[in-house]
Write a protein that binds this ligand. Structure first.
Ligand SMILES: Cc1cc2nc3c(=O)[nH]c(=O)nc-3n(C[C@H](O)[C@H](O)[C@H](O)COP(=O)(O)OP(=O)(O)OC[C@H]3O[C@@H](n4cnc5c(N)ncnc54)[C@H](O)[C@@H]3O)c2cc1C
Length: 441
């Protein structure tokens, strides 16, 4: 893997222009995914006028959905709880109260969420991404000052001709009705790992793609499993078993691209046998309940490292700012936590007409995320090296950590409680009453 690009423009703050006209929003957010919706909601609660731009059609709230099921950690759940959204989010899913790590056939670590000091809730929650989108969308729609335009995208970020100070951009909004120019104070790219906003702002990034290497098998939930998340490090890679919504057990297999490709393309019963060997606690259950390929899904993953998150009046948030691999299950948590912390920073930046607050967040957050991405790359490189039959030493560090399959186990507390330096901000982020107009000026 190549070295990360030298960061540029980390600390230089810029003047933030006002909206071009009274009809322009304070903030245009591109992407009504989890990060965009939460940021829009929190800015609306601070009295800011927000336009969310989403390229997909308006969702059918409560409609069918068979999306991915990320696990939300206590730090993230605390924010959603303070916003009153947790009961709707928790409906139909089993909380995870304990975790266990198995390596070389023995339990090498055990965790209890209840044992975490100052955790806002004492469990993690496997959450359907569709259900999360619905819950956030309903909350956003009930928030005055926040509008979502669907079936729309950003066509360009032209320089604002009404502003002389700083490098300020406007936004070409493309909808079915045609293209029009918006002149918000701030443009936020919440448009995911393949962010168009990032490209249009000229922010370069390093991308490491993992086209294969992640397989999911969904089974009915066995009663004996309980509220446990079990991670198995095996000679075949890494397997994770966790309860998910609709009473199902999700078995994730992360391995090197070649092994995953061969297993996914080969006979299904051989794949089932690998799962059974990898997850011995449920071996018989897997053999009895894995029937066909419709239960199997394969996803590509990307690690994306932009060289900066703030450029003039453009800000990147969530996956557009930092794609992470799924190993360690933090992409959604990082994205929602970014949005929660940044709502306050954006509010203050708008008040002060200066981006210094946004740069401050970047300076604190980027090294933490980057270290997490380093850990992931080390783990994934160790898997690939093991598969190629090589030794597994990178960067002078012995990889594997004594665990079969290349270890590099992420630490539990930062996963569950969030970045230590941001814990106070995370604890305060959701405590903005609906209709409070701190920022309305
Ligand atoms: C299989 C799988 C398992 C995962 N498991 C976990 C887990 O256990 N824990 C965890 O924390 N994370 C997990 N993740 C990661 C998590 O899903 C992402 O990190 C999270 O969805 C990022 O949210 P986001 O809002 O930043 O971006 P996205 O979810 O990508 O949302 C981006 C939004 O922008 C819209 N958009 C994109 N381009 C444009 C455009 N040009 N114009 C307008 N709109 C646009 C998209 O339609 C979308 O609505 C997993 C991901 C996968 C694929």
């Amino acid at each position: 893997m190549s070295e990360p690009a030298e960061p540029t423009n980390r600390t230089a703050s810029a003047v933030l222009p006002g909206p071009g006209t009274a009809a322009d929003p304070d903030v245009a957010i591109v992407g009504a995914g989890p990060a965009g919706l939460l940021l829009g909601l929190l800015l609306g609660r601070r009295g800011r006028r927000v336009l969310l731009i989403e390229r997909e059609a308006a969702p059918e709230i409560g409609g069918p959905g068979n999306g991915i099921c990320p696990i939300l950690q206590p730090a993230t759940l605390g924010i959603l709880d303070d916003l009153g959204l947790l009961p709707d989010l928790a409906r139909g899913t089993t909380p995870v109260t304990h975790g266990e790590v198995v390596a070389g056939g023995a339990v090498v670590a055990g965790y209890a969420y209840a044992g975490l000091p100052d955790a806002p809730v004492d469990y993690a929650l496997p959450t359907s991404i569709i259900q999360l989108r619905d819950v956030l969308t309903v909350a956003v729609r009930a928030t005055p000052g926040v509008e979502i335009v669907y079936g729309a995208t950003v066509h360009g970020l032209p320089a604002r001709d009404d502003v002389t100070a700083g490098a300020s951009r406007g936004l070409l909004l493309e909808t079915a009705e045609g293209t029009r120019t918006l002149r918000p104070s701030l443009i936020v790219g919440c448009d995911g790992k393949r962010s168009a906003v990032r490209d249009m702002a000229g922010i370069s990034s390093q991308v490491t793609e993992f086209r294969r290497g992640y397989l999911e098998l969904r089974l009915p939930m066995p009663e004996f499993w309980g509220g446990m998340m079990r991670a198995y490090f095996t000679s075949d890679g890494y397997m994770l078993g966790t309860p998910i919504a609709d009473d199902r057990l999700l078995l994730v297999w992360i391995t090197d691209e070649e092994t995953a490709g061969r297993a996914a393309d080969g006979p299904f019963d051989e794949l089932v046998e690998r799962y059974a060997k990898g997850v011995p606690d449920a071996a018989d259950w897997i053999r009895a309940h894995a029937h066909d390929r419709s239960q199997l899904r394969e996803f590509p993953h990307h690690i994306v490292r932009p060289d900066r998150w703030v450029d003039g009046n453009v800000l990147l948030v969530g996956d557009s700012a930092h794609g992470v691999h799924v190993y360690g299950g933090q992409g959604l948590n990082l994205s929602l936590q970014d949005a929660a912390c940044l709502a306050d920073a954006v509010d203050r930046a708008l008040t002060e007409a200066d981006t210094a607050e946004l740069h401050r967040f970047e300076a604190v957050r980027m090294p933490f995320v980057s270290a997490f991405q380093d850990m992931q790359e080390l783990h994934l490189a160790a898997l690939a090296a093991r598969s190629a039959g090589q030794g597994s030493t990178q960067g002078g560090r012995r990889s594997g950590g004594g665990q079969q399959g290349g270890g590099h186990l992420p630490e539990f507390a930062p996963l569950a409680l969030g970045q230590p330096e941001l814990r106070d901000a995370l604890a305060a982020a959701g405590r903005v009453p609906a209709g409070s107009a701190g920022g309305a000026r």
